[in-house]
Design a protein around this ligand. Sequence first.
Ligand SMILES: *Cc1c(COP(=O)(O)O)cnc(C)c1O
Ligand code: SF4
Length: 355
Amino acid sequence: MTALRSLKTIDDLEEAGLVAAARRVGLDDVAARYAVAVTPAMAALIDPSDPDDPIARQFVPDAAELVRLPEEREDPIGDGAHSPVEGIVHRYPDRVLLKAVHVCPVYCRFCFRREMVGPQGLGTLASQAMDNAFAYIADHPEIWEVILTGGDPLVLSPRRLASIMERLAGIDHVKIVRFHTRVPVVEPDRVDAALIAALKASGKTTYLALHANHPRELTADARAACARLVDSGIVMVSQSVLLKGVNDDADTLAALMRAFVENRIKPYYLHHPDLAPGTSHFRLTIEEGQALVASLRGRVSGLCQPAYILDIPGGHGKTAISAATIEDNGGGCYTVSDFNGETHAYPPASGRHPE
Ligand SMILES: *Cc1c(COP(=O)(O)O)cnc(C)c1O
Ligand code: SF4
């Protein structure tokens, strides 16, 4: 059965057969604490007979979310520490986040901003706050790129998006506009001619980072939506989160990265899950993540290689955390590992100068 509207309560999910009555315990408490929404496209992808369905695991609440560990934080990546005005996060010199809206079409159970998004979250920036955010961007000539995130900026109407883009058009030093979104996958019909025209209204180079975590999310409808975006001249990159029980095996990750590349989406970041409250059931160790990422190197094309990224808690920014493949032995000599895990001297012994 395909739902016609988004499922937003535990009752909705139970009616749709996505939560068994026997597994309801605790879920109302989860839903009272964190927003819930599953779009018709995602509900239709879930196999209700599979208790470990990787799509359900991303969107259907789980009682494990009530478990809060001491290292988990309300603001896991420290946005607050670098917010000069409401709606702007300016952590790196040449780029800012513009968080125009804190609503999403789906609510991911592992969301790093789960304390800020949702119907009870921070909502949409008021027009005065929006004016202040644009004034900040205009006053800072070092801002080369504006990244619209949230929330999901593609929930805004084409009219509102076009008005944001037209304001950015007037700021000469901004050369790149980037959107971070899940919409082409979770609500592909939204990507129509009016939305695409709005995304391009700034006349700037436009990038769109698509968030998807499992190859099944790239349905025929999602692929068609991405094709419309790329055909219009928007450059697409991918963003995924490495999640236990969703994509933490080499075959799934390889299939996901290949699906991106087949759809003209360049794999960009694979994030280690952030320390958001109630998300420990999604986290693997960094060593496990490094081994999975290293296994991609030999298995699939170089086009399919994302960077494995940790956002350092406290607002210190992102850092690449792939396992080292080179060891410095001193004196200009190194040991390098190949994709089979075998080690080699660099420069090769025969090429070395005599002592
Ligand atoms: C993630 C992030 C960015 C974007 O970083 P890139 O490495 O350019 O993708 C920019 N600003 C903030 C505050 C971020 O958290
Ligand atoms: S779409 Fe992004 S911001 Fe929204 S719930 Fe998912 S991870 Fe969080």
